[in-house]
Design a protein. Structure first.
Length: 276
């Protein structure tokens, strides 16, 4: 039975590519307009078997609101996907470069392709989604417009890639988290990574004590992200990603960290996703 996975975006978007990369090409996706809806489908409504959420990009950085969504809701991280973002110029069959008068895409995709776009005097039209732009180019059979989107969108909407890999920075990756309702969890085989949220006191060196214990445990701190706690006077919580050799090693560290933090929550234990 194919998995039903909630994603933010439209059919053919990079979230769907990430879902296929993790679960397989036959994965059924439920498209959501917001990340909050992805969480709701995965938890309260249980319309899907899980959700996929972008959490950071190698160029644009972290998506802070998504960290808060994970912390505040009944979801756990069970995996991750690193997706190489490749932007292509898509047109209807038969359209040539000289026919194009305008290019449609999400503002971020347009920014990522300015090195290529600067070579042409095209009108740039900002839309809410790369894949949706491709869908509209196909639906309206537009012979004078192109879309910037990924390969999956080109395949789904029968568009031609008239100019491949037009993104300026070629080393562009987005990290996606695989989410499930906390009540439907099974142990992840060969887990070697975990995500944790913790809060320290305001005493001098309180964060340093936490970091020292992580280092002393022989665990690699691969990410540390601070986030303001709403309603507090400039107090912060910290999101940490840790890599380890054995789950028992991680669990032992968590017990030690309870003594030097005000609050600590394990958001998920999973297998490290590799950049391909």
């Amino acid at each position: 039975m194919n998995k039903k996975i909630s994603i933010q975006g439209f059919e053919g978007c990079f979230h769907q590519v990430a879902a296929q990369q993790y679960y397989g090409n036959d994965t059924e996706v439920i498209c959501c307009s917001t990340f909050k809806e992805v969480i709701k489908n995965t938890t309260a409504d249980k319309k899907s078997d899980g959700g996929i959420m972008a959490i950071e990009n190698s160029i644009a950085g972290s998506i802070l609101p998504n960290y808060s969504l994970i912390v505040k809701n009944n979801v756990k991280i069970v995996g991750e996907v690193y997706l190489h973002i490749k932007q292509h110029l898509l047109v209807n069959p038969g359209v040539k470069l000289e026919d194009i008068k305008e290019v449609h895409s999400h503002p971020m995709a347009i920014l990522q392709c300015f090195g290529f776009l600067d070579n042409y005097n095209w009108k740039l039209v900002e839309t809410e989604d790369t894949a949706l732009s491709a869908k509209h180019i196909h639906q309206y059979k537009n012979k004078h417009a192109a879309a910037i989107a990924g390969k999956l969108a080109a395949e789904m909407f029968k568009l031609e890639i008239i100019a491949p890999n037009i993104h300026t920075l070629k080393n562009n990756y987005t990290r996606f988290l695989i989410l499930k309702h906390k009540d439907s969890l099974t142990e992840v085989i060969e887990a070697d990574k975990a995500s944790v949220n913790f809060v320290t006191g305001n005493e001098k060196g309180s964060l340093a004590k936490v970091l020292t214990k992580i280092a002393d445990a022989g665990i690699n701190l691969s990410k540390l992200q601070s986030m303001p706690i709403p309603g507090s006077n400039f107090k912060y919580s910290f999101h940490a990603d840790m890599e380890f050799d054995a789950v028992a090693q991680f669990n032992k560290l968590i017990e030690k960290l309870k003594g030097c933090t005000e609050q600590i929550t394990v958001l998920g234990i999973y297998k490290n996703g590799k950049i391909q």
